[in-house]
Design a binder for this molecule. Sequence first.
Ligand SMILES: [Zn+2]
Length: 301
Amino acid sequence: MSILSSWFKKTLIRFNRPKLSKNPQLVPGENNTSSRNSGSKNPESQTNARSKPVSSESNNTNEPKISNESSKKANSSYSDVRDSLPRHATKKYKIRALSIINMIVVHCTDADWTIEQLAEYDVNPNHISKTGCPACTYQDVIMPDGHLYHCVAYKERTWHAGKWNRRSVAVALMYTATNAKKGRPNYRPPEKAVKRLTRHLTSLCLGLKVLPKGIRGHRELEDTGWVWKLVSGDSNKKRKSLLKWCPGQYVNMDEVRIAVARRLQFRLKLDGYYKGGLDGIFGPKSTEALYAWEPKNDVLR
Ligand SMILES: [Zn+2]
C-alpha cells in the first residue's frame, strides 16, 4: 500500500471512528423498564480508571496487519439482521452516542429458538414490557453453533439490564441452560458459542473502546442480577441475593474477561500500540494502547 493511500484510508477511518473521550466509571442510566428496577443505591463503582485517553502516538509506521478479530472467518458466520427482524409498530429505542458506552453485558436466552422467534417474543407483550419492547432487546445474539446475529444497532439503547442500559450494549448466548427436570440452569454453553463470544467481545472492546473490566455478566449487575434482600427477623440486615443466573452458571465471567484482555493485548501488540506481555492483566499500558488504537479494518459492523 502506498503511503498516500495508507494516509487516505487512515484519514477516512478517523472521520468515522467513535469519540475517544470516555468516562470509564460505570454509571447507570435512568430506567427504561419500570418493572425491573426498584430504588437503587450506588452501583458498584470503579474509580481507578483514567478519565482521559492519551493522544495516539504518531510513530506507528507499521503496515496494517491482517486482523485476527475481524477476519473472513468471523464474517462467514455473521448475519446482519437489523432490517429484517420484527420491530414494534410504534415504539422505538432511544438513540445515543457510541462514545458513552462503557459496558458490554453478557446474557443468555435460555431457549432453543430461532432469531426470529426471539425478536417476536421481545416485541410482543412479555416479562419486560406489557406492551412489548421496541425491537430485540439484545444488540447481538450468538447461536449454539457460534453464528452471530447482529440484531440492533449499538447506538440504540435496548432494554436488557434496567438502569444499566444507557451506557451498555447487550450480547446474548442462545442455548438451553436449564435442565427442565431439575429446574436449575445446569447445562454448559456450547464451546463454539463461548469461543465466538470471546472473539466478538474483543472486537466490541476495540471498536467501542470498552475495557475488559466493563464486560459484565447480567448476574453481576446490582438491581437486575443481584439484589439486596432483608434478612428475615432482622429489619436492619440485608444480604446480597442472586436473582438471575444469566448468562448461565457455567459461564465464568472472570475467565471471559481475562481471555478478552489477552486477545486485546495480542491485537494491540500486533498493531504496534502495546509493548508488554500477553498476561491478560489489563493495566495502564494496555488501557493507554486501547484508547490510542485506531481501526485499520472494520471491527464494528
Ligand atoms: Zn440476562
